[in-house]
Design a protein around this ligand. Structure first.
Ligand SMILES: Nc1ncnc2c1ncn2[C@@H]1O[C@H](COP(=O)(O)OP(=O)(O)OP(=O)(O)O)[C@@H](O)[C@H]1O
Length: 279
């Protein structure tokens, strides 16, 4: 059992060399931590460095200076137990729903029968039981997203990195998927009660959408305009289980929204001014 943060960035800076030889600092002196079972949302203006932050955690990019730690160990390569979900669906068009979900367990060495058995459980959990033999082109965008969610969760990730996973969906489907994610993340015991929070996965969810961030997360991290660093961190103490459409209507939600928006707005304005000057 891990004690202490599952994810930690300590003064992590990432610089990229541009095509013309210049150096671009994507994230600077970034310090943040994620506790076991915590759902953290990261918001910030477009292009500020949110995806780069996830790359430091997943080991896709090493920091130029500072440290990235997962379970207390420096990140060297992709750490164990990480699941990703990105904006694009990442489903394989030539595989059925069931085989898309079975692909992860297969890759990890499960027999075809065992992998399909595990996949079947998750296909049912995301409500696609009747569509297990369908191919992605026969599904709606929301259904493909469910396949992608099942394909990620079937691997039982202890850390879930999500980069704007629902931003391509229409508003209603998006709300459904947010509820689905919360339901699956919170899990439930056989009697329907919620799992102990510490046995849930730790989530880092990057989004442009402050509404989405607050509805989902325990903690919202506001990033500065580029180069990204942590501007402020806000605890979201809204009760769980949450239904996103309902929680948005509550005065508690609106008051947290106003508070965080004050902080985020300045950064969005800065990023806009710069893009006007640059343009
Ligand atoms: N591999 C790379 N090589 C060079 N520059 C990069 C690389 N990855 C990211 N960058 C640059 O770093 C900056 C931050 O990019 P990043 O994708 O992390 O921002 P973001 O906040 O996730 O963006 P968005 O909100 O648009 O999704 C951008 O200017 C981007 O061009």
């Amino acid at each position: 059992m891990t004690t202490g943060p599952v994810i930690e960035l300590r003064a992590a800076t990432k610089r990229f060399r541009g095509a013309t030889g210049g150096v671009h600092t994507a994230v600077q002196e970034l310090t943040l931590s994620v506790q076991p079972g915590e759902f953290v949302a990261v918001v910030g203006p477009t292009g500020c460095g949110k995806s780069t932050t996830l790359s430091l955690v997943s080991g896709l990019e090493p920091p130029s200076s500072g440290v990235a730690l997962v379970r207390g160990e420096p990140v060297l390569g992709i750490p164990e137990g990480i699941g990703y979900m990105f904006q694009n669906d990442a489903v394989q068009p030539w595989r059925s729903v069931l085989d898309n979900v079975a692909a992860g367990p297969r890759y990890r060495g499960a027999s075809k029968a065992k992998a399909r058995e595990k996949a079947r459980v998750w296909v049912d959990k995301v409500g696609l039981g009747k569509f297990a033999s369908y191919y992605p082109h026969q599904l709606s965008g929301g259904m493909r997203k469910r396949v992608a969610l099942a394909a990620t969760l079937v691997n039982d990730p202890s850390i879930l990195l999500m980069d704007e996973p629902f931003s391509a969906l229409d508003v209603q489907t998006r709300a459904l998927m947010q509820d689905e994610l919360l339901r699956l993340w919170s899990g439930s015991n056989a009697d329907g009660s919620m799992l102990d929070p510490a046995s849930r996965s730790s989530v880092v969810f990057v989004t442009h959408d402050l509404d989405e961030a607050i509805a989902l997360a325990d903690k919202v991290i506001v990033m500065t305009a580029s180069p990204a660093t942590v501007k402020a961190t806000f605890d979201v103490r809204l009760p769980r289980p949450r239904l996103v459409e309902e929680i948005r209507m509550t005065p508690e939600f609106q008051s947290v929204y106003r508070e965080i928006w004050e902080s985020l707005r300045e950064e969005v304005d800065k990023a806009r001014e710069r893009s006007v000057v640059a343009g």
